[in-house]
Design a protein around this ligand. Sequence first.
Ligand SMILES: Nc1ccn([C@H]2C[C@H](O)[C@@H](COP(=O)(O)O)O2)c(=O)n1
Ligand SMILES: [Zn+2]
Length: 156
Amino acid sequence: MPGKRDDVISWDEFFMRVAIAAKLRSKDPNTQVGACIADTHHRILSVGYNGTPAGLDDDEFPWESTGDPLTDKHNYVIHAEANAILNYRGSLKDMAGATVYVTLFPCHECAKTLVQAGVGEVVYLDDKYHDTEDGVVSRSILDRCAISYRQVVVAE
Ligand SMILES: Nc1ccn([C@H]2C[C@H](O)[C@@H](COP(=O)(O)O)O2)c(=O)n1
Ligand SMILES: [Zn+2]
């Protein structure tokens, strides 16, 4: 078609770029994660990033991995994928078969949550915890629940 632009970015790149933008909001000094959930019609349902629960000021939060249960950030932070699901104000039915674009492969807790939300596919950027026990469990959950996952390359 004359005049039409052909070199547009793909849906994968578009949604992953939204996830990358979301992670720029994270105050975690070590790992920032963004997630974008797109439905089967290529509509964005929700976006999230790793942050503190409402009521815990993310500027005051210590953001440290102390190893002490009461002060360790891992016990307080809500993960990007969970926030994306929780931020959605529509019906969970809309998530059926949706694709989650996430800048870091989901942990095993998020994997379970994504399964239960009805998500059909996970597209991820980084997988830096691939060789950890959590990575093994996470893949086991997704495999057993027939949720497909694939990595994409998008410049950050
Ligand atoms: N798929 C994931 C994995 C991790 N997160 C969050 C949780 C923490 O804020 C941070 C990980 O911190 P680290 O142990 O690397 O210092 O990333 C997430 O939101 N989604
Ligand atoms: Zn998680």
